[in-house]
Ligand binder design. Structure first.
Ligand code: NDP
Length: 447
């Protein structure tokens, strides 16, 4: 049987586009379907606009810091619309870049929502297309908790579209998104309350990191309402009225509520049942080759709910393309995947947390930790500390994990992640000469 395409990719986000290009490089005839803007969540409603707003949110601190170095005070106010327009212009540019990349790779783009009619046939708007192999890379979407009045809460997608800056914002959820937006909005000058149902933010991260970021956020003026939940939301003429339960049994008045309580795969209306693709726990079930229950259908990225990060989706997709079209059997390695939280203070991590290491290696785990004031803040006047931590297995001397809270944590941990991925020992770290004076040198001088 002949098909219209060797590979049809459903979803033009980071994972889908990277895979389409890689497969096309191997000579496959490839098409992508996307009903929205190219680039998916990361480019349009996630990593990129978020990071640009993180940069914007740092300026007030920098203006203040400058005075400690002898500069006269800076009088500056934020023009919210100017900021969002500039951010959106950059996203338009990136959309063009993605379109060019597909054109250059010779990948056809179908503008529309793709749905399986049978295991090899998709319908996109009125067109029917067949493909030998199909990759599902449809991402995920935010989910809100089921509480009365939740329709008044925004999700992260909406924040980028706000016409004006809210004076007060209540953020629900202590994951990456809740924490990052709390810091962004606080830095931009809104009054921020962060509502978390446990006592600490960022479940799954090293406990020292969690408490250090949380204390840092409070130090920056964010009100963290721990061990509490919203039981109802009501619209009133002055804004929104939120009734809390748990440790903080109070009523909060706010202008905007952001629900950042997790995401789930976009599986509705894909017609997966027509293709016999199995779902497990609300995500597409895949093996380590990203193969679904159908031999010729694969899935990568957030719709498979493995590690939901853009570079992971890209790696999963490229491993699939290399294996299926490039003749080099390869799987994605989920060990030592570094990640960062672009909070203020920033945090980044790679490898095992202290708790995970102790669970696996028990008494054999040795910890190295330093908490200090970086040179920059000796003049800035800001009471900011940096924390670095290594988790080491004593018997082999292998560094199992590296964690950091402080400026440029993500840039620093990215380099350290290479060493850890290569199996570096504490002795290797000790034998490395530091660059002085830096924050990063602490990682090679920990005793
Ligand atoms: P997460 O799953 O990371 O966090 C959800 C948060 O909401 C948790 O704190 C959770 O609390 C809380 N929560 C869940 N349900 C409820 C509820 N019913 N009531 C109150 N609180 C609730 O989701 P995010 O939306 O923050 O992020 C989604 C994904 O996006 C992540 O998987 C992440 O990988 C990715 N991402 C990565 C970024 C980065 O790399 N910098 C940035 C942004 C997103 P509890 O801990 O108690 O369960």
């Amino acid at each position: 049987m002949t098909y219209d395409y060797d590979l049809f990719v459903i979803g033009g986000g980071s994972g889908g586009i990277a895979t389409a290009r890689r497969a096309a490089q191997y000579g496959a005839k490839v098409a992508v379907a996307e009903f929205d803007r190219l680039g998916g969540t990361c480019v349009n409603r996630g990593c990129i606009p978020k990071k640009l707003m993180v940069y914007a949110s740092h300026f007030p601190d920098l203006f203040k810091d400058a005075q400690g170095f002898g500069w006269s005070p800076v009088q500056s106010t934020l023009d919210w619309q100017k900021m969002t327009t500039a951010v959106n212009q950059e996203l338009d540019r990136l959309n063009g870049v993605y379109q060019n990349m597909l054109d250059k790779a010779g990948v056809d783009l179908f503008r529309g929502y793709a749905k399986f009619l049978d295991p090899h046939t998709l319908e996109i708007e009125d067109r029917k297309v067949t493909a030998e192999k199909i990759l599902i890379a449809v991402g995920g979407h935010p989910v809100k908790p089921d509480i009365p009045g939740i329709e008044h809460a925004l999700v992260s997608d909406d924040i980028f579209l706000l016409k004006e800056q809210p004076k007060r914002i209540l953020i629900m959820g202590g994951g990456y998104i809740g924490v990052e937006f709390a810091c962004i909005m606080n830095g931009l000058g809104s009054e921020v309350s962060l509502l978390i149902r446990k006592n600490l933010i960022l479940r799954g991260f090293d406990d020292d990191i969690r408490s250090e970021i949380q204390a840092g956020m409070e130090n920056h003026g964010i009100r963290v309402l721990a061990s509490s939940e919203a039981s109802s939301i009501e619209k009133i003429p002055e804004g929104l009225r939120v009734t809390l339960s748990g440790n903080h049994q109070e009523i909060i008045f706010t202008d905007v509520i952001l629900s950042a309580t997790g995401r789930k795969p976009n599986l509705d209306n894909l017609g997966l049942e027509n293709a016999g693709v199995e779902i497990s726990n609300g995500a597409i079930a895949v093996d380590r080759y990203s193969q679904t229950s159908q031999e010729h259908i694969f899935a990568v990225g957030d719709c498979t709910d493995r590690i939901n990060l853009t570079p992971v989706a890209i790696n999963e997709g490229r491993a699939f393309a290399d294996t299926v079209f490039g003749g080099q059997s390869r799987t994605m390695s989920y060990e030592n995947v570094p990640s960062a939280v672009f909070s203020t203070p920033e945090a980044a991590t790679v490898g095992l947390t202290e708790a995970e290491a102790q669970e696996q290696y028990g008494e054999a785990v040795k910890l190295y930790r330093a908490r200090f004031k970086p040179t920059y803040h000796s003049l800035s006047g800001r009471n900011e500390k940096v924390m670095v931590k290594l988790v080491v297995e004593q018997d082999t001397d292998k560094v199992l994990g590296a964690h950091m809270v402080g400026e440029n944590a993500a840039e620093i941990i990215q380099g350290i992640a290479i060493a850890i991925k290569m199996g570096a020992t504490k002795k290797d770290f000790d034998a490395t000469v530091g660059i002085h004076p830096t924050i990063a040198e602490e990682f090679v001088t920990l005793r």
